[in-house]
Design a protein around this ligand. Structure first.
Ligand code: GLP
Length: 254
């Protein structure tokens, strides 16, 4: 796994945007799997600026949604799909025919995941999978556990995830995750993890230790031949806890 240290959030975002642009230049109809959250916001804004300057760049690109807050009403502003529409699909002008997403409120969540798995396979897999890092070490909504799921599945949300900024003000008790599995992520041709901010220092230190554990799902990225992590200096601040101890769920960030 290759680590690139950027000076700050802006430089990390610019570096990540360059990786995405290079991928699209290499393959104009590339399949990009994209996360939500605060981390990639600036990267997406940079892509939007580029799309305004040259609308052709993203004319054939295909977008896959990494994960979704299951149980939120369809179209709710806090869904990952609404986020991707605001930050990516709208600005980059990617229509529904070039987007694969999860329905946030399916009558049968397991069937929704089965459908998603088939449609992802029909796309031929992912060319570039962009990821954010959960404060508990999660990727997508693959939460720390004794065992992880390979394919798109319904996930129980950790307490960390229920407290995510995107869910502020929501009753999260009945929510669950809909997420790509770790095999689908690892089968992506290329994986790029962006990590920014002091609050990510602990999971980043755990990841950098090189210890592979399902208790830190991001650590499975060490198994990928072309995984890259772009982090900023803030995220590199040494955490005060022993970095080799597993990232425990339900604990507050150090
Ligand atoms: C949530 C999202 C993920 C995201 C992660 C990190 O779980 N569903 O897609 O990568 O949080 O979010 P943030 O970048 O806001 O820290």
């Amino acid at each position: 796994m290759r680590f690139t240290v950027a000076e700050d959030y802006e430089s990390a975002s610019r570096a990540a945007a360059e990786v995405i642009l290079a991928e699209v230049a290499r393959k104009p109809d590339a399949v990009l799997c994209l996360p939500t959250g605060s981390t990639p916001e600036r990267t997406y804004a940079i892509l939007a600026e580029r799309a305004r300057a040259d609308p052709q760049i993203f004319a054939s690109v295909r977008i896959v949604q990494l994960d979704e807050w299951g149980g939120l009403p369809r179209g709710d502003d806090s869904t990952c799909q609404a986020y991707l529409t605001r930050h990516v699909l709208g600005p980059l002008k990617v229509g529904p025919e070039r987007f694969l997403g999860f329905d946030s409120d399916p009558t049968d969540p397991a069937a929704e995941c089965a459908k998603f798995r088939e449609r992802l396979a029909a796309l031929g897999g992912i060319d570039l999978c962009l990821l954010g890092l959960g404060e508990n070490g999660h990727i997508g909504l693959n939460e720390p556990a004794d065992a992880l799921e390979p394919f798109a599945h319904v996930a129980e949300l950790s307490e960390h995830s229920r407290r995510h900024k995107m869910l502020t003000g929501k009753d999260t008790r009945r929510l669950y995750g809909l997420t790509l599995g770790v095999a689908e992520i690892l089968q992506s041709r290329r994986v790029l993890l962006i990590v920014s901010g002091k609050h990510k220092a602990r999971p980043l230190a755990e990841l950098k230790s090189g210890r592979i554990s399902t208790r830190c799902p991001a650590s499975l990225l060490w198994l990928h031949p072309q995984a890259e992590c772009i982090c900023d200096r803030d995220a590199l601040v040494t955490p005060c806890r022993d970095v080799r101890s597993p990232v425990a769920e339900h604990t507050d960030p150090v």
